[in-house]
Design a protein around this ligand. Structure first.
Ligand code: FMN
Length: 168
């Protein structure tokens, strides 16, 4: 199964998480801010989308531009997994909410989303990325819980490997 990570990162936190996921899963990785089109999306069975959240729940800037390409991509038959970077203390009313934008888009384009993540161990008021009581993907917080990032990524990557066979 081929895996492509697509991430957008303003200050490098999401990029660093993408690099850790890349090493663990043996995936290719792309900064969406450097892509000219969405052609790369077609190459992979599993697409992993990573974004930080900005300005009260919005997508990271490079993702804002890249969604034009995502909206044209046929993701039917593909799996998508999501990870989000945010700040649950500073922006607890919209913690990692940008993941939800990519979740809705992935489903709209025909993908099957895997990798939902328990919200235990976090403290926030609201997140648009909670669906059926879980985050739609891995939630990370380098501002307040950086010591948990490596362990969360390790556990989530193992979960993704186990869930690969889902949505057959
Ligand atoms: C102006 C500003 C707005 C932010 N808005 C949110 C937000 O709405 N929700 C959230 O969870 N984090 C928010 N954050 C926190 C960032 O997502 C967080 O610092 C993240 O680690 C940045 O990752 P990056 O370096 O990959 O872009 C905001 C940060 C700043 C400076």
């Amino acid at each position: 199964m081929s895996i492509g990570i697509f991430y957008g990162s303003t200050n490098g936190n999401t990029a660093e998480a993408a690099s850790m996921i890349q090493k663990q899963l043996g995936a290719d990785s792309y900064d969406v801010g450097k892509l000219k089109s969405g052609a790369e999306l077609a190459q992979y069975d599993l697409l992993i989308f990573g974004t930080s959240t900005w300005y009260d729940g919005e997508l990271q800037d490079d993702w804002e531009s890249f969604t034009v390409h995502l909206s044209k991509a046929d993701l039917s038959g593909k799996k998508v997994a999501l990870f989000g970077m945010g700040d649950q203390e500073g922006y607890g009313s919209d913690y990692v909410s940008a993941m939800r934008v990519l979740y809705d888009k992935a489903i709209e384009q025909g993908a099957c989303v895997i990798g939902a993540w328990d919200n235990e161990g976090y403290s926030f008021d609201h997140s648009a990325s909670i669906v059926d009581g879980k985050f739609v993907g891995l939630a990370l917080d380098e501002d307040n819980q950086s010591e948990l990032t490596a362990g969360r990524i390790d556990a989530w990557c193992k979960q993704i490997e186990a869930e690969m066979k889902a949505c057959a």
